[in-house]
Write a new protein. Structure first.
Length: 190
């Protein structure tokens, strides 16, 4: 995979030298730093999905969780819940992966993030050409797999998968299958 060295400022540069509180997710949207506590549903989904993905990737890619990714705009700095990095992808001169290194992004939606961030993420991920974007919604008990990104900020295809069915991630030349039967639904943890 070709490496693009990013010379433009990164949104993450605004946080250089800042001590951030533990237990908070930090992202940058439209130049604004947004800190939110990680929810229990989000954490439990990540704990269930990440090992399944990592085991199937073996040496053909990598998985990251809540790790800073450089996007082609200094206005956006996202750290996806789960990001699958393409085999052979290399870090930029800042030591981070860039958007074009990602084969898939999985985000767990919560009540507080549903309206605020996911429309912007959907648009940015599509514009950046991230091939697979999955929204996992514990309130609904379903995952939506978006494929076929367009430069206009949409995806050509969306498939809903109910919790309990297998979530299949179509990656470059291979598929990853995630069992969702252990994903918590809203109300399961009450």
């Amino acid at each position: 995979m070709a490496v693009m060295v990013m010379n433009a400022p990164s949104a993450w540069d605004a946080l250089d030298g800042v001590n951030l509180p533990r237990g908070y997710r930090v992202e940058i949207t439209e130049g604004k730093i947004i800190m939110t506590p990680q929810g229990e549903y989000q954490w439990k989904v990540i704990l269930k999905a990440a090992p399944q993905i990592e085991q199937q990737l073996a040496a053909h890619g990598d998985i990251l969780s809540d790790v800073m990714i450089d996007f082609p705009s200094s206005e956006y700095g996202y750290a996806p819940d789960l990001a699958i990095v393409a085999p052979g992808a290399e870090r930029n001169n800042r030591g981070r992966f860039e958007w074009h290194s990602l084969e898939a992004v999985l985000e767990v939606v919560s009540k507080s993030s549903r309206d605020n961030g996911f429309n912007k993420k959907f648009r940015l991920y599509a514009e950046c050409g991230i091939p697979v974007y999955v929204v996992i919604d514990p309130e609904v008990g379903a995952c939506t797999v978006h494929r076929g990104p367009t430069r206009t900020g949409t995806y050509d295809d969306a498939t809903d998968i109910a919790f309990g069915q297998d979530l299949v991630l179509p990656l470059q030349g291979r598929e990853i299958t995630v069992r969702t039967d252990g994903f918590p639904k809203s109300g399961d943890l009450d």
